[in-house]
Design a binder for this molecule. Sequence first.
Ligand code: ATP
Ligand code: MG
Length: 740
Amino acid sequence: MDLSPILSPLNDAQRAAVTAPVGPVLVLAGAGSGKTRVLTHRVAWLIQAEGASPHSILAVTFTNKAAGEMRARIEGLLGVPGGSLWIGTFHGIAHRLLRLHWREAGLPQGFQILDAEDQLRMMKKILKAQQLDESRWIPREVVWFVNHQKDEGLRPKALKDGNDPTRRQLIKLYQDYEEACARAGVVDFAELLLRAFELLRDNAEVLRHYRSRFRHVLVDEFQDTNAIQYAWMKLIAGSDGAPFIVGDDDQSIYRWRGARVENLQQFRRDWPHAQLHKLEQNYRSTGNILKAANALIEHNSGRLGKNLWTSGGHGEPIRLYAAFNERDEAEFVTHRIRDWVQRGGARREIAILYRSNAQSRVFEEAFLSARIPYKVYGGLRFFERAEIKDALAYLRLLSNRDDDASFERVVNLPTRGIGAKTIDELRQSARTTGGSLWQAARLALEQGALGARAGTALGGFLQLIEQLADGTAGLPLHEQVDHVLAGSGLVEHHRKDKAERGEARVENLEELVSAARGFEPEGDLPPLDAFLAHAALEAGEGPAEEWEDCVQMMTLHTAKGLEFPLVFLCGMEDGLFPHQRSLNDLDGLEEERRLCYVGMTRAMSQLYVTFAEQRRLHGTDSYGQPSRFIGELPEDLVEEVRPRIQVGRAWARPGGHAPAGAGAQGRAPAYTHSQAGRRTIAAESVAPGMRLGARVRHGKFGEGTVLNVEGQGPQARVQVNFERQGTKWLMLAYANLEAM
Ligand code: ATP
Ligand code: MG
């Protein structure tokens, strides 16, 4: 057999890991060193060289997108479809197991997945039913508590209240929430993992079956596994099994969601004979990018330590842009994108990375007006949009009438005269009988317990669902969806909304039919159930197809594992990134630094780092300092690109360089890169009347000296050093500066 397609694209260290004798293996290596490549080739090697059956492979990665790519690569290497390989995310695989073994897992056959929003809604209902004040029992925090316990593998019964009344109440809420989920036949994301773990732990037969089947368990991005994922992996692999684990402690970025980087060390304790492989050659980034990223992560303590190098050239320096505000930042990025495309680059090679989802909006606006196609990963994704969730709720009811969240969502949508009072009565009755809302509705109708109008309306709804279910049984999936959209009245409902919004929603609903048409179910679930599960699991990531050449926008967390020739790391201001919450917490700060390391190491050939001196986010203005991470990059690798006018040394502060947007309030600049290379031109030619060094007065900031002027006409802006407020950039057109 010709193994060269599997082995020749590997270096020696990679090849050693791929061909390691079957047994526990840990590959610990830095960003871009080929970990994912090694894992993929290992699968192909096991099948072709070790004679492993594709049935015996279980490969776990972090996102559905990564799983899809991995499957495609393995198929490419093997030259055959890898249909029988189990490749997926922890959640996806847990879901698959629970579908196959719903009985042993104690779930109803048609169980549905509760997403984050539904979960919150459910918790609010429970709080309300218990008459607990939402300002004291903040629903989001209670949900966090529940998820956290589940991530740690703890059921309410296992929790001790330690005589603390608050904790006692939280445990009680957890218990109530569990009961409500059981009644509705739904499981949330954390529950998927915990249930799948309990399924194996408590069913010796099932465990035996999978242990002997999955002789080869492989996990990518291992540094971000949480306690329950680790425990599950340990069960299924078995202590005498041969797990193949790949990870990088420097890229652990989900501590806030329960991830434990310690699992890397724990693995070595649990499989003491595991072979350790290290990969040190980076194939992704230029020398400069790599050096800068290495220098940054050096500031963290307690690292396992790695030495990444590249045989490629230095490449270009990292470019730093000090934007005047968030719009200027977006404008700058827009220009650079244009340049890239003009020079023949593709838009899909470009990534805009940011710390917080809300930052995407300004870029979206700039790209829209510059007609640059873009795609936002994360944020409001297709399957999370309200109209899509409405449609899915109908579909879910067809599959499981007891899904209360779906029932409530659409019982009166489009409006059919079922008021809050009726729904309240149903809730009450469901609580007393311990049944679902659907059952309560049927009971109320049988007993004639509702007023005539409400009764007719509710009867109509139940009948509609039954009719839709009958009418679509046996149809192909996309026809089922189409039928339900029309029959439910949802399309008509949005069509009546004459605003652009209505039109967009109808388009989205139509898109749902196409999504259903293109959907290929895995495993032997009924297609509708498979599709609904897919929608719930996919909601976190957005549509996977890359049919259009567009700029990729995403948070740093979402960028993990990916790579792009051109990367913009935007919004690099203290308080935004590193995030405000982490500023006084060493562990938190180190996690933010790892996140920055992840962001930088996504870049292959060019990396831009930008920050804004003034930023409006969530409706408030702030004047941030450049991120401390910028100051941690070696000066000689960074080049400032701002074409700014310089006034000379007069404004330089003692003991440091002049702060290029070092922020307000006269604080010491967080970074002190050289200010060299700026052009000095006569300022009055760009903004008549604004002389460099002129004294000016501002309504809010008081008196100051003009340090810089740039731009023309309505774009003209000035940098002023205010005596009390420090240095600020202002738009000349709006600042109302008064010459003194
Ligand atoms: P991350 O830590 O970001 O997940 P990784 O360690 O998983 O990165 P890969 O994504 O597997 O790294 O590889 C990084 C890039 O280097 C990819 O483009 C990959 O195709 C390429 N690459 C890996 N190994 C080699 C090799 N031996 N020769 C050429 N290119 C390679
Ligand atoms: Mg990888």
